[in-house]
Structures are given as C-alpha cells and as structure tokens.
Design a protein around this ligand. Structure first.
Ligand code: FSX
Ligand code: SF4
Ligand code: F3S
Length: 364
C-alpha cells in the first residue's frame, strides 16, 4: 500500500501521519532518523499475521488496547497487521474459529506474531483452563515454536499476575516459564499501557527484530526506569512531604504517597510519562502505585497500603532516616513491621532483585 493510500485509509493528512510516526519514534527512545524507517514500515503492503491467544485473565489487556490513547497509532498498527485470531474480537466462532487459528499457524509458520494474554495454567496438567477442548498449556506448546515473535501482554501472561497469587490453585505461570527456548517480550502491567504494546509491535515491524529487553524480558524503552524516578510527586518525597492518611491535608495538596503504600520506588514502568488514555495514571489520581508491572505482583506488592521498608526518606535538614523509624511503625514496632514485610518478600528483596540499592531520597 502506498503512503498516500494509507493516509486516505486512516483519514490522516501527511503532516499528521508523520507526526504519529515521530511520536512513536520518541516513545521508543529513537531519534528523528527513525521516522522515515517507521513510515516505510507502516506503508509496507505486507501485513504480518498476528495470533492473539486468551488464557487465564480478565481481558483488561485487550480492553486497554481498544482504548489506546493514540487512536492514530492503534489504527495504524491494527490496520496494518492481519489479526487472524482473537477470541474476543473476531466474528468467527466454534469450529470455524479453531480452523482459522490452525490455518494461519500453518500458513504463516515462522512469520506470525504470537500475542498471549493471560497466565498459563499448569496445575494438574492444565485442566483448569481449556479452549476448544485443549488446555492452554497444549495450545501454547503447539503454537509458540512456530511463531516468528512472541509477546506476552499483561502481568498475568508475563509473571502469572493475580492468577498466580497464593495459594495459586491452578498453577498459574507466565509464558516465559513455559517457553524457554525462544525470546518472549514481556509487556507487563495489570493492565499494561497499550502504547507499550503498540510501540513494541511497531518496532518489530520497522526493524524486523525485537527491542532491547531488560533481564525480565520487558522492553527497556518502557520499563528502564522506576516510577519513582519520573513521578510528579517526587519533589514532595525529596522535601519530606507525605500523605499520612487518605483524605488528609497532604493528600489534598498532592503530597507523596509513599507512606500510604506507594510501591513506586520498587517498580519499573513509564506510567508517569505515558499515562493512560492520555489523561491520568494511578499516582496522578491520588492512589499509590501497587507495583503491577513487577514479578510477584500480587503477593510481593501487598499489603497495598503499607509502605515499603528499606527506603530512606528525608526527615529535614538534609537528614535521611529509614521509613520504619518514623510514623506508625515507630509506635507499632519496627521489628514486627520488618518481620511482616520480610515474610511477604516486599521491599529489600524487590529492590535487591532489581539490582537497585535503597537509593531513594538521596540521588537522582
Ligand atoms: Fe491480567 Fe489482562 Fe490484569 Fe486483567 O487480560 S494483567 S488480570 S487487568 O487484563 O491479563
Ligand atoms: Fe511518587 Fe510514589 Fe515515589 Fe512518592 S513514593 S514520589 S508518590 S512514586
Ligand atoms: Fe501499575 Fe504502578 Fe503503573 S500500579 S499502572 S505500575 S503506576
């Protein structure tokens, strides 16, 4: 398809089209030299097939994509890929749907993008989650080896998510726990930012390879920095101005949410920059980050309304103290608090596992 035809199809002027390509390049952390390449990729007549599987999830990831804050970008990509199978969007049903799935897998072996939404059920042979008489485990093990690229979308598909919360009766795991011999891109978040997914697909279409990933398989362009590093409430943290309880004067004034449970210092994602629907994000709306892009979310990030230990916070006059030495933990007993957190694996373990020291409050 020629660029001109594409503009017509998308009702985009050439100026708008190039602007969308430039925004996509910026989101990917690429320079302006990438814009012509992106424009060329999205005007290519080839339509890469995409097969989208639903496993154990709430469908919020698809919902999030359908409400992308960059409709131009979403249209650009969804029009330019061939969405051959998506259980909640396609018109086909029953045997017809299953036939189209396997037809596409066979016809496009080695070329299609496999998107998995939801955790994989492994308990008792995977019997707790079946589609068309097959367990999710069987379907994944059959289709993944034939994919050109695999994208796990949402924290359920990446790390097991809420389905894997204790006691995890279904044996829920992420795609990478099953598919170990191929790269899997993890677009974490419950639900994830649709722009992080769309940008990853665009990168793949443009360069024919996957973007650089962190050690957990997440694209670095989106998950390379902590929430805490680019949070708009960070000046309040640095000055020691905290919300002590929801609805107090500090809350009304937009102070830092650390003491009421914000897990931003231990969570890697670009929510403060990307926001959702171009409007807001959890911390912007007055609620702490609950760490939904991290492994072990849910268990390791709860209790949601208790603060992380091991984060040094300002106490005035350039002095920093451990959070446990102030506030309610001083009354309730810091030792008990720390023991509780240790049992849950929150805080230091999370920070250590990401190789970031308890650096908050004195750097950046
Ligand atoms: Fe999981 Fe997707 Fe959380 Fe839901 O479907 S990442 S439960 S918001 O959205 O898989
Ligand atoms: Fe923002 Fe949370 Fe960090 Fe406070 S603790 S600055 S609210 S990310
Ligand atoms: Fe999730 Fe925290 Fe962003 S809860 S949506 S990573 S602000």
């Amino acid at each position: 398809m020629k660029e001109k035809e594409l503009h017509g199809k998308l009702s985009l002027s050439r100026r708008r089209f190039l602007k969308v390509c430039a925004s996509a390049a910026a989101a990917l952390g690429l320079g302006s030299e990438a814009v012509p390449k992106i424009a060329e990729a999205v005007t290519s007549p080839k339509r890469p097939p995409v097969i989208w599987l639903h496993f154990m999830e709430c469908t919020g990831c698809s919902e999030s994509l359908l409400r992308a804050d960059s409709p131009d970008l979403a249209t650009l990509i969804l029009d330019l890929v061939s969405l051959d199978y998506h259980e909640t969007l396609m018109a086909a049903a029953g045997h017809q749907a299953e036939k189209s799935l396997m037809d596409s897998v066979e016809a496009n072996a080695g070329k299609f993008v496999l998107v998995v939404e939801g955790a994989v059920c492994t308990g008792d042979g995977g019997v707790y989650c079946k589609v068309a008489g097959k367990t999710n485990l069987e379907t994944l093990e059959e289709i993944a080896p034939k994919a050109g690229a695999i994208i796990a979308v949402g924290t359920c598909a990446t790390f097991g998510g809420i389905q894997a919360a204790a006691p995890n009766p279904t044996g829920a795991v992420g795609v990478r726990d099953v598919i170990k011999n191929k790269p899997v891109v993890n677009i974490a978040g419950c639900p994830p930012s649709p722009n992080n997914f769309l940008s990853t697909v665009l990168y793949y279409l443009t360069y024919g390879r996957l973007p650089a990933l962190d050690e957990l398989g997440r694209p670095k362009f989106a998950y390379g920095r902590k929430i805490h590093d680019h949070c708009e409430r960070r000046p309040h943290f640095d000055e020691g101005r905290f919300v002590e309880s929801f609805g107090d004067e500090g809350h009304k004034a937009g102070y830092c949410l650390y003491k009421v449970g914000c897990k931003g210092p231990a969570t890697f994602a670009n929510c403060p920059v990307q926001r959702f629907c171009d409007v807001n994000w959890p911390v912007g709306a007055g609620h702490g980050c609950i760490g939904c892009t991290e492994p072990g979310f849910w268990d390791r990030m709860s209790p949601f309304y208790e603060h992380l230990p091991d984060v040094r916070i300002p106490a005035g006059d350039g002095i920093y103290v451990e959070a446990e030495k102030i506030g309610k933990w001083a009354v309730a007993g810091a030792a008990a608090a720390l023991a509780g957190h240790a049992a849950l694996g929150v805080g230091k373990k999370v920070l250590d596992s990401r190789k970031c020291s308890s650096d908050s409050g004195k750097e950046d």
